[in-house]
Write a protein that binds this ligand. Structure first.
Ligand SMILES: Nc1ncnc2c1ncn2[C@@H]1O[C@H](COP(=O)(O)OP(=O)(O)O)[C@@H](O)[C@H]1O
Ligand SMILES: O=C(O)[C@H](O)[C@@H](O)[C@H](O)[C@H](O)COP(=O)(O)O
Length: 176
């Protein structure tokens, strides 16, 4: 995409179970960029709230999103690169994450509720109850083209999805 700055950070976004951690980790290996899971930036009370089956509110999410934005600034301002998995469901959340930067890009993992519910029903050892998926879809504001997002369908193998993202990034001028 002409005129878009080469990113120092990629945020892999989408609802719970869309594959953010899985895709972001492999993409990090492919690009040689460090992967960080946005889940690890939640205050403990947020994790306990979700574990107990309650969706987060905006007020719960602001400190979490700001902590991720701090990490992006820390890495990017010293010339590093990072890939972060973070649901980033609303436009306002993405604004908080971006802090006006033009060197941060979103990769949106797009898929049907039916497919994601099926994947979540098989996921083991995660605090997030599959029952919160409907609230995730209700909260989701899919990114628009003006957000310079790379949108990929999750209805493919992990390798195929990552290949597609890498191709798109190279097309956009990221040489790694
Ligand atoms: N493209 C894919 N094909 C099949 N299974 C997938 C794919 N992407 C992710 N998964 C599986 O779906 C589940 C949810 O993925 P995960 O990365 O934990 O999602 P998120 O981080 O968005 O919550 C995991 O069990 C993961 O192994
Ligand atoms: O409600 C949210 O803002 C997000 O869903 C976020 O809190 C995160 O997604 C959860 O930590 C669940 O983790 P997974 O997305 O990895 O399932």
């Amino acid at each position: 995409m002409a005129g878009v700055e080469a990113p120092c950070a990629l945020i892999v976004m989408g609802v719970s179970g869309s594959g953010k951690s899985t895709i972001a980790e492999l993409l990090g290996q492919r690009l040689g960029w460090r992967f960080e899971d946005g889940d690890s930036f939640h205050p403990a009370r947020n994790v306990e709230k979700m574990r107990a089956g309650h969706p987060l509110t905006d007020e719960d999410r602001w400190p979490w999103l700001n902590a991720i934005a701090d990490e992006i600034a820390r890495v990017c301002d010293k010339g590093g690169h990072v890939i972060i998995a973070c649901s980033a469901l609303k436009h306002t959340y993405r604004d908080v994450l971006l802090r006006g930067r033009s060197d941060v890009r979103f990769v949106f993992l797009k898929g049907s509720q039916e497919l994601i519910a099926d994947r979540l029903s098989h996921r083991k050892g995660h605090f997030m109850p599959p029952g919160l998926l409907t609230s995730q879809f209700n909260t989701l504001e899919p990114p628009e083209a003006s957000e310079h997002v790379i949108t990929v369908s999750i209805d493919e193998s992990v390798e195929t999805i990552v290949d597609g993202i890498v191709r798109q990034l190279r097309f956009d001028g990221v040489k790694r």
